[in-house]
Design a protein around this ligand. Sequence first.
Ligand code: RAM
Length: 359
Amino acid sequence: MHRTPSRRASVLVAAVSSLSLLTAGCGDDDGSADGDAATNGKNAEASPNAPTRTGMTIGFLPKQVNTPYFDVADAGGERAVKELGSTFKEVGTEQGSDAAEQVAYINQLTEQKVDAIAVSALDPNALCDSLKKAMDAGIKVVTFDSDTKPECRYAFVSPASSEDIAVRQLELLGEQVDYQGDIAILSAGETATNQNAWIASIKQELQDARYKDMRLVDVVYGDDEPEKSYEKAEELLEKYPNLKGIISPTTNGIKAAAKYLSQSESKGDVKLTGLGAPNDMRPYIEDGTVDAFVLWDPAKLGELAGHAAVALASAQVTGREGQMFLAGDMGWFQISQNGVITLGEPTVFNAGNIDEYDF
Ligand code: RAM
C-alpha cells in the first residue's frame, strides 16, 4: 500500500558496501552545540554491517495504549523486536493527551535501563528533558508517528511527509465539496506534533488558488477520546450551520465524527475525510457517510520503528543523514535530513478498495 521498500532494495543494497565510509566518523551536519546527547550520538561511529545486538529491551511508548491504531502499530514493533532477538515492552496510558504521563513513563524506562525507546510524542517540547536524560544514560531514542524536537531523539520514523499527508486530505475534501464553503478540522490533542504539522500544512495549502472559495472556520480538539471527539463533531455542526466539510486527521477523531454524522440529518451532506483505519471506517463508507479517507499501514510504521530502534542500539546507524539500515522484509531504508526515516506514501481508501485492507 505504500512505496515498496523491496523495489528500492536492489538499488540501495548495491550502495551499502561503500556505506561504512559514509556513516563512520564525525561529521558536523547537525550544527548543534557540543555536549548535546543527540548530536554527539549522531556523530558517533556506525556501520550498517555491525552485528545486530540481541537480548536487549526495547520500550515502546505510544501516544495511547488500548486504541486500535497503536495496538496495530505496537504489534508491528513487537514483531520486529522479537524477530531481531530482543524483548519488546509497551508502556503508556489510555489518555491521548497527557504529555506529563509520557514523561513519567520515559523516566521509568530510563531507570529500568532499557536499550532503546520508541515513542510517539504527545508534545514536541514536554518530553525533551526526559528524553535527553535517557540519551545521556546511553539509551537510543527514536520517535515514530509523532515527533519531538530533533535534538531530543536520534531519529524519527515518519509515516509520510507532512505535506503529502495534509495535501491529500485537503484535496479529497475539496473534490467532495466542489471546492466551496466552510470547513473545519477536528484534531486530536492540542499539542500533538504530528496533527499540528498537518494542520499547518493544510492552512498553507488553503492559500492555493483552487481553494479560494473554501474557508477554514475552526479547529477543535477531541484529544483522541471517542466521546469528546463525538461531542466536538456535534458542536461543529451546531455552531456552523453552513459547514460543508470536516477534516479529522486522527483515527479516533474521524471514527467518532463519522459515527455522529451517520446518525444525523447531515449524513452525506456534510462531507468528512481525514486519517482513518479501514476497519473502523468500513461501515461509514458502506452507509455513505464517508466517501474517502487516507492512512498508511500502522503495523508497518511500528515495524519500521522497531527495526530503527534495534539498528540504533546496534550502532548500525546513529541518525545521521545518508545512513542506511535493513528493516527485515521491508528492505533498506535511508535516513534523511534531521534524522527522518519515511515509511512511504499514504493510501487513499474508498468504496473501491477498502475491502482489500484489514487493519
Ligand atoms: C491517531 C493518533 C496518531 C495518528 C493517527 C492518524 O491514532 O493521533 O498519532 O498518527 O491518528
